[in-house]
Design a binder for this molecule. Sequence first.
Ligand SMILES: [Zn+2]
Length: 89
Amino acid sequence: MDAFSPRPPEWIQNATHAMGFCCPACQETPLTAKRAWLNRYAPVTDSLHRRRWQEFYECQCGSIWWSWSSDRPPSPYQKDEDEFRRGLI
Ligand SMILES: [Zn+2]
């Protein structure tokens, strides 16, 4: 899984915007997602000047959804992301 690729993968194209940070079809959390991709290369700034970006997930049920990083509870990818940013992976 290449969650931090700079190029958007094709599977995110039909993603639906989930309001909670879970699958809109079956309420599953990203913890069990088959794939993930974080759009870190196109962050936006909200009215409180916080940066956020889209996070895409492919659920086990086949549903593809996305939500804002600012809506995310602590993620299983957080550790990988920290290591990625330190150049460890
Ligand atoms: Zn699902």
